[in-house]
Design a protein around this ligand. Structure first.
Ligand SMILES: NC(=O)C1=CN([C@@H]2O[C@H](COP(=O)(O)OP(=O)(O)OC[C@H]3O[C@@H](n4cnc5c(N)ncnc54)[C@H](OP(=O)(O)O)[C@@H]3O)[C@@H](O)[C@H]2O)C=CC1
Ligand SMILES: Nc1nc(O)c(N)c(N[C@@H]2O[C@H](COP(=O)(O)O)[C@@H](O)[C@H]2O)n1
Length: 339
């Protein structure tokens, strides 16, 4: 019996010679501006991708939307908008960043893995060796994340990078709790913290981050991440996090690159999948704020460095530019207007 098992095991362990690691498609280097002209040959895009501001990481904001600018279905239903090529492109982009950020809304709703599993496996069981896997970063002031989510369980099985949760312990303001029962809230928060830490999650809780009940302030979040050695972050969403990154409070803008995948389908389309998928990749140096407290208005066209091509069925086409007007939640949908 033992010898049968031995030979079965031997047949499963394939000692294939390692194929050279494939790299991201060339156009991503251009879109992300990862490898400026004159960069030493052999420099990895990950090393080269660095923020113009040494206090914060380089930020790529990226998401997929339908033609009528929806990023999710009714009641936040997850929509698979990207086709195979676009999804692969997203996974290549993941390999090019130190961290990948989502909000707790997305973590709870989608239970994502945030790995690079759509990339080719050069040989058996070598995915981790061949590709850089970004560290999942979750914005979650109230520690709502489930210790049973895929991000945590994958990591505990050695099949994922342990996530970091950016959070803020509830604290007294001017010596007082914000509301009655707040002390109990703190106890519960501390208990959830202990559970998460036991499950291998690292909590980033910078003293500059204010206590819960408000969205975590992005300048402090980004500063804290940079202090932890995160040099580049790919922000994937969801709606509220995208809104935060595009809003005036983030002015003069923390988004170094915006990459939007546009699926040629309307939300109203009965079919989930069309046979052709389109990705639009847009890069802007910075965002323009109307300066009137109304928030983000549009792109400063002059700052478009290189923009706008459509990627469909493995081919690149030209595309008109896209400008985003706002992100808002209405009628239980995540809406992004665009023109
Ligand atoms: N098509 C696409 O490419 C993508 C689509 N999605 C979709 O988006 C939807 C989720 O979006 P949404 O519900 O808005 O959730 P988000 O993922 O945007 O998370 C929002 C939550 O994150 C916490 N948070 C902490 N700090 C901040 C901050 N500075 N800015 C914003 N949020 C912060 C808050 O939690 P708290 O309230 O506890 O303080 C907030 O409610 C899902 O349906 C998902 O499928 C998501 C990603 C990509
Ligand atoms: N690029 C892209 N295209 C879509 O159609 C999407 N729905 C998303 N969603 C984002 O990817 C996360 C899922 O990641 P895993 O597949 O689990 O690795 C999801 O949570 C969104 O952030 N992205």
């Amino acid at each position: 019996m033992d010898s049968i098992l031995d030979s079965l095991q031997a047949s499963l362990v394939v000692d294939t010679p390692e194929a050279p690691a494939p790299g991201p498609p060339e156009f991503l280097n251009t879109v992300l501006g990862a490898l400026p002209e004159g960069t030493k040959p052999g420099t990895s895009p990950l090393e080269a991708l660095d923020s113009p501001d040494p206090e914060r990481p380089y930020v790529t904001l990226t998401f997929a939307q339908s033609l009528d600018a929806k990023i999710a279905g009714k009641n936040g239903l997850q929509l698979i908008l990207s086709g195979e090529e676009s999804m692969k492109m997203t996974h290549w982009m993941r390999t090019m960043h130190d961290g990948i950020m989502i909000g707790i809304g997305t973590a709870s709703n989608d239970n994502p893995q945030l790995n690079v599993r759509h990339l080719p496996f050069p040989s058996q069981n070598t995915h981790f060796r061949h590709y850089h896997h970004p560290r999942p970063l979750i914005l979650d002031a109230n520690l709502r994340i489930s210790p049973k989510c895929k991000l945590i369980t994958n990591a505990s099985l050695g099949a994922g990078v342990p996530p970091w949760v950016i959070t803020a312990r509830p604290q007294k303001i001017d010596g007082f709790w914000a509301s009655e029962g707040e002390e109990d809230t703190v106890d519960a928060w501390d208990a959830r913290k202990a559970t998460l830490e036991k499950a291998g999650v690292k909590l980033i809780s910078d003293p500059d981050l204010p206590s819960a009940n408000t969205d975590l302030p992005l300048p402090e979040v980004l500063r804290a991440l940079r202090a932890e050695g995160i040099r580049s972050v790919m922000v994937e969403g969801g709606a509220r996090v995208i809104q935060s990154f595009l809003s005036s409070s983030s002015s003069p803008g923390f988004v170094d690159t915006l990459v939007v995948t546009v699926a040629p389908r309307d939300r109203g389309c009965a079919r989930h999948r069309l046979c052709r998928w389109t990705g639009a990749y847009t890069r802007a140096a910075s965002l323009e704020d109307g300066g009137d407290g109304q928030g983000y208005r549009g792109w400063d066209e002059s700052r478009f460095l290189n923009v706008e091509f459509v990627f469909s069925a493995g081919r690149v086409y030209d595309l008109v530019s896209i400008s985003f007007l706002c992100v808002s939640k209405a009628e239980n949908e995540h809406v992004m207007s665009w023109s």
